[in-house]
Design a protein around this ligand. Structure first.
Ligand code: GTP
Ligand code: SPV
Ligand code: MN
Length: 588
């Protein structure tokens, strides 16, 4: 297959600036993977692990998470980036980054990585080409995307591709920039080798830039997992769920039914764990694909009790980043199945002191989707899968119930648009700070957030059979500060209620925020909750919700005049409903 001339010309251009010693065009073959792995071991970028086909990469200690304050939307008009993005004039951004890129690959290899996002040949797929000087990034792109010659074979007739320029630079956070050029369908990233900053097909292309296309073309590019849930004897039903980074997407996407449900024959199927592209189908429903081909998941906390599917998946052909190493050459982390042993080397490569985390809290696995034991037979279906319910979830120690249901699409968009969640180690900065994160897209929306929310309303208006929308919160805490809900596999109980609601078959009671399970409507067979836990999980307090309504309104006001008035009306309705209810609490 010939390389398209537009690609050849672009690669020649950037090569002139970067001045690498060598250029390697990736073909995606196994022989190439083996050669790149050998090269990476020789240069100290990868250490072999005592797990089949698996490697450890230790990043620069200042380069362990996304850096949102260094991530820019470089639209021509500043107003198009909106109040929640950092904007940089595209001409100035290009000039500054060209300086940094200039000669930055001298003496090094420049990898040209063609890739496809979405099932090749489907109406969902998009192609990109990433240039990088990181062999770790090239190998990661091979797992996370359909990489190599398959891209040339899937080249679109209009020749449109995303130009992804990536360089490690000097890895200094002072000279680290991740710039998006929506008008040119391009990303330039320098100074970081970390996932979301460096695997440009992922957040940069499949969310920030794809979102701009999606708005124009009437579809949605979202920070969502896609999960198939199969009740006993029934067909598979699909849900899509948006939770902020490190708030449980991968774990829910790979959920294992709890024993009481498994015994009755429930099955769950993984379609995607981080990004969903959703389009209206001819049947009036919303259909979703996972544009990725692998999982870039949080390692700490992964074990056979929390996530057996991921635990099995990452026992082979896995690229680990910033985990600890045991003397037998196997990886270890906080929350591993096995207890710590003598002689652990921490994520920095130092003897572990036993006081600080051995694995970085944002240490990650990169593993191919095909190795996931729960991967759905439909995960590469070019049509996607039809979505029955959309979930918006957040990390909220208080106020927000375990589950609540929106009255309709508009109310659901309000619930998603105004959700907030505690920050996590997935991005640099303070952890545990409550912030608004609309649809879990605050860091990933590549255009004006007000326009994005209008687009959500428009998509719903055009859908004859829209999914129902729910809010969930696995992270509510009791008076002693413990999680009131066991989470993980037990979350299937909530999905069961949600699907029941979609069928009109489960009871609910209204609260100002939305409908919650009526007493007895949540299937708790085989689960013992602490006394009072259900009250904590489903109860509500009028004063708390009034205050919640005020914060949500203030957030919408901050978006300015481009924020849809329909959402403000929902905010006002929430405030009024909360004050009208006085001090009511749902008896659980
Ligand atoms: P990103 O890859 O950053 O987008 O994260 P994610 O949304 O996929 O989150 P992930 O599933 O990796 O979970 C993040 C953290 O939340 C891990 O430490 C999990 O152990 C924890 N977690 C996930 N699900 C649950 C749950 O149901 N309850 C509790 N208490 N913790 C959970
Ligand atoms: C997230 O932070 O939401 C992730 C990891 O999924 S990254 O790919 O770095 O964005
Ligand atoms: Mn994510």
């Amino acid at each position: 297959m010939d390389v398209p001339r537009t690609v050849q010309e672009w690669v020649d251009d950037v090569r002139g600036v970067l001045q690498p010693a060598r250029v390697h065009w990736c073909d995606g073959s196994d022989a190439e993977r083996e050669a790149l792995e050998r090269e990476a071991v020789a240069s100290g970028v990868l250490l072999p692990l005592a797990l089949p086909g698996s490697w450890l990469h230790r990043s620069h200690p200042d380069d362990v998470a996304r850096t949102e304050h260094l991530t820019f939307v470089c639209s021509r008009d500043e107003a198009d980036a909106g109040p929640t993005n950092r904007w940089w004039n595209p001409v100035e951004a290009r000039a500054r980054l060209t300086e940094l890129f200039h000669g930055s690959m001298r003496g090094r290899t420049m990898y040209v990585v063609p890739f496809v996002m979405g099932p090749p040949g489907s109406r969902f797929h998009k192609v990109g080409v990433q240039v990088t000087d990181s062999v770790y990034v090239a190998l990661s792109m091979r797992i996370m995307t359909r990489m190599g010659d398959v891209a040339w074979a899937s080249w679109p007739e209009d020749g449109a591709f995303t130009r992804c320029l990536h360089g490690l630079g000097d890895l200094s956070p002072e000279r680290r920039f991740i710039c998006h050029f929506p008008e040119d369908d391009a990303v330039w990233s320098i100074g970081s080798g970390y996932g979301g900053n460096a695997l440009l097909g992922k957040k940069c292309m499949a969310l920030r830039l794809a979102g701009v296309h999606a708005r124009r073309e009437g579809w949605l590019a979202e920070h969502m997992l896609i999960l198939g849930v199969q009740p006993p004897g029934g067909p598979v039903r699909y849900v899509a769920a948006a939770f902020p980074s490190q708030c449980g997407k991968t774990n829910l996407a790979m959920i294992t039914p709890p024993p009481a449900f498994a015994a009755r024959g429930w099955r769950c199927w993984t379609v995607g764990d981080d990004i969903a592209w959703l389009r209206p189908g001819t049947d009036g429903r919303l259909w979703a694909v996972n544009p990725e081909a692998g999982f870039f998941g949080v390692v700490p906390g992964t074990n056979h009790a929390t996530n057996p599917a991921a635990t099995d998946m990452i026992a082979r052909e896995t690229l680990y980043t910033n985990v600890a190493l045991r003397p037998d050459g196997t990886p270890w982390w906080e929350g591993h199945d096995a207890p710590a042993v003598e002689g652990i080397v921490d994520w920095r490569g130092q003897p572990w002191d036993g006081r600080t985390p051995a694995a970085h809290p944002n240490s990650r696995f990169t593993a191919p989707a095909r190795n996931c034991p729960t991967i759905s037979p439909s995960w590469e279906d070019p049509q996607g899968v039809p979505i029955d319910a959309i979930l918006f979830g957040a990390r909220r120690p208080g106020v927000i119930p375990l589950v609540h249901e929106a009255r309709d699409w508009r109310h659901g968009v309000f619930l998603g648009a105004t959700m907030s969640s505690e920050t996590t180690a997935a991005a640099t900065g303070a952890v545990g700070v409550l912030r608004h994160d609309p649809m879990a897209m605050l860091p990933f929306c590549g255009y004006h957030l007000g326009d994005y929310l209008s687009h959500w309303l428009d998509v719903g208006d055009a859908l004859p059979r829209p999914p129902r929308i729910f809010g969930v919160n696995w992270f509510r805490r009791d008076a002693a500060g413990r999680f009131a809900w066991p989470g993980f596999g037990e979350n299937l109980r909530v999905l069961d209620w949600i699907l029941g609601r979609c069928d009109g078959a489960r009871a609910a009671v209204d609260t100002p925020l939305g409908a919650v399970p009526a007493p007895g409507a949540l299937d708790l067979d085989g689960l013992t909750l602490a006394p009072g836990a259900l009250g904590t999980l489903l109860g509500w307090d009028a004063a708390e919700l009034e205050s919640e309504a005020r914060t949500r309104m203030a957030f919408l006001d901050g978006l300015g005049p481009r924020c849809p008035t329909a959402l403000r009306a929902e905010g006002a309705r929430l405030g009024a409903a909360a004050s009208a209810h006085g001090k009511a609490t749902i008896p659980a």
